[in-house]
Design a protein around this ligand. Structure first.
Ligand SMILES: Cc1ncc(C[n+]2csc(CCOP(=O)(O)OP(=O)(O)O)c2C)c(N)n1
Length: 363
């Protein structure tokens, strides 16, 4: 009996724009100039919001949050989606969320600690940002299943990290999605690190994209710092999902340029040399080089954008902080379950008593 090869597979890597902003003419998605300008503006906005949040955090006006810098290439996923499609996010994809219309205010307030800001306006179709790693992949598959059962047109895109791909939730979600050919796109933002755990010790397979093969659907790896590659890969996955051909896994290779969160010091576990390699691959630098070549970028335009966005951000900060003053922190006990358990009632009472004691000490 000869041994036979039952199955062979290949995993593609897609890059359309190189590090210097040159585009492969055969793969060029020919994005209209007006859209390019809007996309550039959105990427800049994501970076500027990130920067502003760091400053607010240093001043004690913002809680701990995960920085976005270097990962704005995920913008292409937001651009590819249609109005019926939904995003079930992780916590580091503001560029895609802003493109879909997420208000800056929601992002600010969520990381200030206002849980209610995690409910986005219904028309933008973005589910709450989770903190439990990988959980959202199940929510994404579940929502796609609901759409399928109800014959609704929307495709669901769910983001998660390389760390998230080690969670059981991700594998369960892929399994169900493969069986039922769910209209869901799994986008793994592989930024090299899960806090201090590098990709190399996260998983032994050569690519994360190939995980899809085990669940019976296609996987592709893209240069996650090339917004054109993320857009094109997503468009192809959307077409498959809309035709009833089921899910796709996209591994989006990028790099977390900053710390995991404002509470983390990456110098304790990764070398400066590694970061230096990634700095010139920054999606923002590449996009700018491309825009310059197309004569769509000028110093004056950049200054105008920065001024406009700064005004937008300051307005959002003002509104976010004004509403934050009005919140009642003890409400956090009220919404854990639909009805409060006796334990929660006791905890809330205890917290209120403690606050009174502290207030008395200060009088
Ligand atoms: C279920 C669960 N386990 C552990 C954590 C603690 N935690 C927060 S972020 C993180 C790493 C996530 O890495 P990755 O999925 O690669 O996303 P990244 O933060 O790099 O964007 C961990 C382990 C958590 N939030 N949830």
């Amino acid at each position: 009996m000869p041994r036979t090869a039952l199955k062979q597979f290949t995993i593609e890597h897609l890059q359309i724009m190189d590090q210097d902003g040159n585009v492969d003419p055969a793969l060029d998605p020919k994005i209209p100039d007006q859209d390019l300008k809007e996309l550039y503006r959105t990427m800049l906005k994501a970076r500027m919001v990130d920067d502003r949040m760091y400053k607010l955090q240093a001043q004690g006006r913002m809680g701990t949050f995960p920085g976005v810098k270097g990962q704005e290439g995920c913008l292409g996923y937001g651009y590819a989606l249609g109005k019926d499609d939904s995003i079930v996010p992780a916590f580091r994809e503001t560029a895609a969320l802003f493109y879909r219309g997420a208000p800056i205010k929601n992002i600010l307030q969520y990381f200030m600690g206002m849980e209610e800001a995690n409910v986005f306006p219904p028309e933008v179709k973005i589910l709450p940002i989770p903190i439990a790693i990988g959980s959202q992949t199940l929510h994404g598959a579940g929502l796609a299943w609901a759409n399928q059962i109800q014959n609704k047109p929307g495709v669901v895109l769910t983001f998660f990290g390389d760390g998230g791909s080690s969670e059981g939730d991700f594998h369960e979600a892929c399994n169900m999605a493969g069986i039922f050919k769910l209209p869901v796109i799994f986008v793994c933002i592989n930024n090299g690190w899960a806090i201090s755990v590098p990709r190399t010790t996260q998983c032994a397979s050569e690519t994360l994209a190939q995980k899809a093969v085990g669940y019976g659907f296609p996987g592709i790896q893209v240069d996650g710092n090339d917004f054109m590659a993320t857009y094109v890969a997503c468009k192809e996955a959307l077409d498959r999902a809309r035709k009833g051909e089921g899910p796709t896994l996209i591994e989006s290779v990028t790099y977390r340029l900053g710390a995991h969160t404002t509470a983390d010091d990456p110098k304790r576990y990764r070398s400066e040399k590694e970061v230096e390699v990634w700095k010139p691959r920054d999606p923002m630098i590449r996009f700018k080089a491309y825009m310059e070549k197309k004569k769509l970028w000028s110093e004056a335009w950049q200054t105008k954008l920065e001024q406009e966005i700064a005004v937008e951000i300051e307005e959002a900060v003002r509104e976010a902080e004004a509403e934050f003053q009005a919140i009642n922190p003890y409400e956090m006990f009220d919404h854990v379950y639909s009805e409060m358990t006796p334990d929660l009632v006791a905890q809330k009472e205890h917290a209120l008593e403690f606050a009174e004691e502290v207030a008395a000490l200060h009088h």
